[in-house]
Design a binder for this molecule. Structure first.
Ligand SMILES: Nc1ncnc2c1ncn2[C@@H]1O[C@H](COP(=O)(O)OP(=O)(O)O)[C@@H](O)[C@H]1O
Ligand SMILES: [Mg+2]
Length: 311
């Protein structure tokens, strides 16, 4: 069947009782394999979408299917295939990872010996063997998150939803969790949300950008890059006069510095002129941060950058 290994949303809209539209007419179809990252600022609607796909929340209108199964009509069937770690999930402090994962499996309907065997196997697979009998409250923040991932891996679900799995983690723990997810993606479909753009860039096969309930862009990092016409950025760090490039624009970027975005060729020419004028600048291909900024916020464009007077 065509729908196999696909996640598809058709005109999904969610309006909460308060009248707030958390999702507005979101439509997309992606392969349900590898890693998909949904990025967006706080309040963009990420949790609302994940809860709807994980069969925890009803859409106001529109529909969604995972591998051809409708998230509303097929919710019962789908629940055996999916597992979800909610944004606010925490491992219980006074139990051990083994006890924690085992109780989750019991709750999902397994018998005790099977639950306990599968819990230990998942903890082993995710490198938590040594700490399986240590109280969760004695583990580092990164380890605690791994216990949550072990919990859903143990369930055998091949479709995994992770709502902001790395928020609040230090860079080292975050990297460890990324490595764990990279290993899991071979035999799981991982749908995660994040507001770390770098995380999406480093980890995801496909990235969706959600803003104010609207899906603003979706695709591979290269697809997203193409949405911004000019692939190179030159950030001007000292005061100087710069004319608008023939192909490109001058905009005020994320960090309030003026940025010339242009073609590789013109960026190269401009950089030579800037060097000869001893202007401080930084040139690089557009990062996902830049792209996100261009897609979500329409940056202010100027005709020329001119601050020589203050020089
Ligand atoms: N239960 C709710 N009732 C009313 N409004 C809600 C509810 N949950 C979320 N919202 C609102 O919907 C919008 C999207 O929220 P959410 O999906 O949590 O975004 P994100 O996860 O991207 O931060 C926000 O404006 C939020 O305040
Ligand atoms: Mg959220």
């Amino acid at each position: 069947m065509m729908e196999m290994e696909t996640l598809e949303c058709k005109h999904i809209t969610k309006r909460y009782d308060t009248g707030k539209f958390a999702l507005r007419n979101v439509s997309f179809a992606i392969p349900a394999k590898g890693i998909f990252a949904l990025i967006g600022r706080n309040g963009a609607g990420k949790t609302t979408l994940i809860r709807m796909l994980a069969t925890q929340l009803m859409p106001t209108s529109g529909s969604a299917t995972i591998n051809g199964i409708d998230v509303v009509d097929g919710a019962e069937e789908l629940r055996n295939l999916i597992a979800c770690v909610p944004q606010e999930a925490r491992a219980v402090g006074w139990v051990t990872p083994k006890q924690f994962v085992t109780s989750y499996l019991l709750w999902r309907g397994l018998g005790y010996s099977e639950a306990s065997r599968k819990a230990v196997a998942a903890l082993d697979r995710l490198g938590l063997w040594k700490v399986k009998d240590v109280q969760c409250q004695k583990l580092s923040g990164g380890m605690k998150r791994k216990v949550l991932v072990a919990m859903i891996v143990a369930s055998g679900a091949k479709i995994i939803f992770l709502d902001e799995p790395t928020t609040g983690l230090d860079p080292i723990s975050r990297n460890e969790l990324w490595n764990m997810l990279r290993k899991l993606k071979d035999d799981h479909f991982i749908f995660l949300t994040t507001h770390y753009l770098e995380e999406a860039e480093r980890l995801a096969d496909i990235i969706g950008i959600l803003d104010d309930g609207r899906l603003r862009a979706i695709g591979t990092i290269d697809d997203l890059r193409k949405k911004v016409r000019y692939p190179y950025s030159i950030k001007i760090l000292s005061k100087v006069h710069v004319e608008k490039p023939r192909n490109g624009m001058i905009v005020k970027g994320i960090d309030e510095n003026y940025q010339v975005v242009t073609t590789e060729k013109e960026a190269h020419e401009l950089s030579k002129r800037l060097i000869s004028k001893r202007v401080r600048f930084a040139m690089n291909p557009l990062t996902l941060d830049d792209i996100f900024y261009y897609i979500v916020k329409k940056p202010i464009e100027v005709e020329s950058y001119d601050e020589e007077d203050e020089w």
